[in-house]
Design a protein around this ligand. Structure first.
Ligand code: SAH
Ligand code: SF4
Ligand code: F3S
Length: 481
């Protein structure tokens, strides 16, 4: 979910040759849009919020007659929606920007813009000192894109990295870019007020603000009408969603919002991400339990299993409190799957403290974990106050232990499902074979099963599981759901 893989490879063999040989104008081939529209190519990195933002950007660009292309060399404008969460994420983007600059040598008309969190963090450095791009646009400034692009088309360089306290892009109808036609993301809030000491997000995304609840429900309804069957409500901390209806003065909480979206249609599945353990309430858990179409899956990042480290991280809960939350979830929804984010080797972490992380993972019995070793980010509270003193090889060894344990937990979790039958939403063909469908059950587990005549993507089916590995369940359709 957070890994920095480009959405689209997008580079043809010809362009690869050009870039490798660096002498290829003769080989360079740009196809002009038949309607005379300008074309943009966008790559997104980082979290789902960024992917969702790229769809807002596509919508804003459509107003100035830009259409998306998946072929990089056809583009008049290349946009990179960037992530700053770890150093590696920024390194990946830098490599891509260097490559786009080579493409510019072959097509001097081409413009390159950087969007998102790295734009916000680096501000004019990318434009002025490094001269890597023509345009720098922060996550709250996308409405300004038509003006900024206008300036760039005139040969200027442009920048807007202002953060906002209000912007939620509530009225913008996203253009679904990489869609399967079945599942979609809906951003319900922006920014983060939490200040976890390791994290750059509060600096790149600004203050937390919640989007108009009715615009969220309208977007979900519209998606359902178009044939979508699952929406994921997105925010850095969805459980602190709070929107005050200006007409009634009543406040809509996250539990209220879940209920409103659940009522759009019983066949529309609802997922959400991410939950901060301190904010997920019983009311949210009871609402999840009440509606079959709210998926029984919670991503509840622990970060560390040790109370001293959690305090240094400013996570505002300790080990026991987190364990209590896991107990509460299990009490209210015994069938709920839980996943996590884990950081190895945070400042001053000892071997015993690392062991606490391993033991809490077992306690929580995570079905999956996103695991990282600590990467110091400039300007964060941890970078200012704490020493990044765990040696890299120790961080990596601890990360390896965390990953090995998670692989074991994931496999055990999945083996328990063998012999059981689950309601699955068909999302499309499996990655390996067009003879198989893939889909997910309510616990967010991926199931692969042979296609059967009469069933198509977007259908709900009952699938009996016969095999499992750590990543996938395999089975067969037993009936329509
Ligand atoms: N808002 C979400 C997380 C967003 S960032 C939450 O609070 O859970 C996604 C994950 O990246 C974090 O949960 C954390 O595990 C990881 N992360 C963030 N900053 C990091 C850093 N400096 N080094 C390593 N991992 C980091
Ligand atoms: Fe970062 Fe913490 Fe906010 Fe998540 S809750 S985005 S980890 S500051
Ligand atoms: Fe990365 Fe920004 Fe998301 S830093 S994880 S793209 S909020």
């Amino acid at each position: 979910m957070y890994d920095s893989n480009p959405t689209i490879e997008g580079l043809s063999a010809d362009s690869k040759t050009i870039l490798e040989s660096r002498q290829g104008e003769a080989l360079f081939h740009k196809t002009v849009n038949p309607d005379g529209k300008k074309q943009f190519y966008i790559e997104s990195y980082g979290c789902q919020m960024n992917f969702s933002d790229s769809e807002i950007v596509a919508s804003i660009l459509s107003e100035i007659n830009y259409v998306p292309t998946r072929i990089m060399e056809d583009a008049d404008l290349i946009l990179v929606n960037t992530c700053s969460i770890r150093e590696k994420a920024e390194d990946t983007v830098r490599k891509r920007l260097n490559l786009f600059n080579l493409l510019k040598d072959a097509n001097p008309e081409l413009k390159v813009g950087v969007l998102g969190c790295m734009a916000e963090r680096m501000k004019k450095t990318l434009l002025e000192e490094e001269k890597l791009v023509d345009m720098v646009v922060g996550p709250d400034a996308y409405r300004d894109l038509p003006t900024l692009i206008g300036a760039v088309e005139e040969g200027e360089r442009s920048i807007n990295v202002l953060l906002s306290r209000e912007e939620t892009y509530a009225d913008i109808n996203p253009v679904r870019l990489e869609t399967d036609g079945v599942t979609a993301f809906i951003s319900i809030m922006r920014g983060c007020d939490n200040m976890c000491s390791f994290c750059v997000v509060p600096f790149t995304r600004g203050r937390e603000r919640s989007r108009d609840a009715f615009s969220i429900v309208a977007e979900a309804s519209e998606l359902f009408e178009k044939g979508f069957r699952e929406v994921t409500l997105l925010g850095q901390n969805v459980d602190s969603y709070k929107w005050k209806n200006p007409e009634t003065n009543l406040t809509v909480t996250f539990a209220n919002l879940l209920e409103m979206v659940a009522k759009v249609h019983p066949d529309l599945r609802i997922r959400f991400s991410t939950s901060h353990p301190k904010d997920i309430t019983d009311e949210v858990l009871f609402t999840m339990a009440k509606y079959e179409n709210i998926c029984k899956y919670i991503h509840l990042p622990v970060q560390s299993g040790n109370s001293r480290i959690l305090e240094l991280m400013n996570r505002t809960y300790d080990r026991e409190w987190y364990m209590g939350k896991i107990d509460r979830i299990n009490e209210i929804m015994p069938d709920c799957a839980i996943s996590s984010d884990v950081i190895a080797g945070f400042c001053s972490e000892t071997e015993e403290e690392h062991q606490d992380t391993l033991s809490i993972m077992e306690y929580a019995n995570y079905c999956y974990s996103y695991t990282f070793f600590y990467s110091e980010r400039p300007g964060t509270p941890a970078a200012k106050k704490l020493k990044d003193d765990v040696p890299e090889e120790v961080k990596k060894r601890r990360l390896g232990e965390i990953q090995r344990l998670q692989n074991h937990l994931s496999l055990q979790h999945n083996l328990k499902d063998v012999g059981m039958t689950f309601k699955v939403l068909i999302e499309g063909d499996s990655r390996k074979s067009d003879k198989d469908f893939k889909g997910r059950n309510t616990q967010n587990k991926v199931l692969v099963f042979p296609k059967v005549e009469g069933y198509k993507k977007g259908d709900y089916v009952m699938v009996e599981v016969s095999e499992a590995n750590k990543a996938t369940l395999k089975g067969k359709i037993v009936s329509r759901a």
